[in-house]
Design a protein around this ligand. Structure first.
Ligand code: GDP
Ligand code: CA
Length: 335
């Protein structure tokens, strides 16, 4: 089975790791009967800091799937040190609100060097994925686009006007506490989907949306020209997992991202953002379809959506696979 996943950072990475655990890989003829998983990662969070290109969501995916993530934090490297960041601070260089760990810095140095040598972000990401053993797990990681894009958040400035902050500054430095008027994505108009992205959606057997942020993670991927059309056109069922449980994000500030869009902060509100291509939707038991208004035609299943640990993530991914297989049966021949 070919599975394509559109992922942000922590929510996307934890779900994808659960997916790999949930997929049967017991090719009985001894050959590799494994499913192929293509992960399309959000690049709207990308930022250049102290001259280095940092791709937070791709890195979270790499470290999590590579078994090197700081589990408690959900991002960054386990057993990380911050000697270089300390020295940079002493030199008055670099933003103090963004953590650049020593091991993590090697990733950014390598990426920046390879980009400077003319490699595309896709090619760079392929090299990093090899470092973390993703191909051996049947995983291909693709940035949504090779064109540099950056999500900006428009907020009030001090003079009664507006200013645009880089998403990371709004999220990490201000904890999304400055009310957002809107989100814009610099570079998106000139962007095109990275090689294989659209094909991975169109030719998939199943497309999964992890419980990633619907606005600044999945919403950015959906904005890359062609992606939304590919989702509408694919024969594969598209199954998503709500990032909101009982109207609240598990972590992060998805609520602060949905409000400026005028979207209800609920599992039903998020489903509405995907209504033109979504076939199946997993919601928490607190958001039972009997009590909420989901888009018509959507197959909604409720279960405990919390990924408490890796087993919990595998259980959640297993439920998404099951709903996908059910829809696959129902839509066979629909093409
Ligand atoms: P980020 O880029 O690191 O912010 O991560 P993502 O965009 O991939 O995911 C963030 C979203 O994941 C947030 O809106 C959370 O509510 C959601 N999330 C985190 N943990 C869980 C969980 O255990 N279950 C569910 N259903 N959602 C979760
Ligand atoms: Ca992110």
């Amino acid at each position: 089975m070919q599975i394509t996943v559109l992922a942000g950072g922590v929510g996307g990475a934890r779900f994808t790791r659960g997916l790999l655990a949930a997929l049967p890989h017991d090719g009985h003829d001894g050959s590799d009967g494994r499913s192929q998983v293509t992960v399309v990662g959000n690049t709207g969070d990308d930022i250049t800091l102290v001259g280095l290109r940092v791709c937070p969501d791709l890195d979270t995916l790499l470290y999590t799937l590579g078994g090197a993530v700081d589990e408690a934090q959900g991002w960054g490297r386990a057993d990380e040190t911050t000697e270089v960041a300390g020295e940079l601070a002493a030199l008055g260089v670099g933003p103090e609100w963004f953590t650049l760990g020593d091991r993590d810095l090697a990733t950014h140095l390598a990426r920046t060097r390879w980009l400077a040598q003319g490699l595309t972000l896709s090619q760079v990401t392929e090299r990093l994925a090899a470092r973390w053993g993703l191909p051996q797990q049947g995983v291909r990681l693709l940035p949504a686009t090779d064109t540099p894009i950056e999500t900006h958040v428009v907020v009030d400035d001090d003079e009664g006007g507006e200013q645009a902050l880089h998403f990371q500054e709004w999220w990490v430095r201000h904890h999304a506490a400055l009310p957002a008027h809107r989100f814009t994505v610099a570079g998106l108009a000139q962007a095109s989907a990275a090689p294989q992205v659209l094909d991975a959606i169109r030719s998939a057997d199943l497309v999964l949306l992890p419980p990633s942020n619907p606005v600044v993670s999945i919403g950015i991927i959906l904005g890359v020209p062609g992606v939304r059309e590919a989702l509408r056109g694919t024969r594969a069922p598209v199954v998503g997992v709500s990032p909101l449980l009982g109207g609240r994000p598990v972590r992060g500030h998805a609520d602060a991202c949905l409000r400026p869009l005028g979207v209800e902060v609920s599992a039903a509100g998020v489903a509405g953002l995907y209504a033109d291509f979504l076939d199946g939707w997993l919601v928490d038991t607190a958001d039972d379809p009997a009590t909420a208004d989901y888009p018509s035609g959507l197959r909604v299943r409720s279960l405990d959506l919390l990924m408490r640990d890796q087993e919990g993530a595998a259980r959640l991914a297993g439920a998404a696979l099951e709903l996908g297989r059910e829809l696959l049966g129902a839509t066979a021949g629909r093409g």
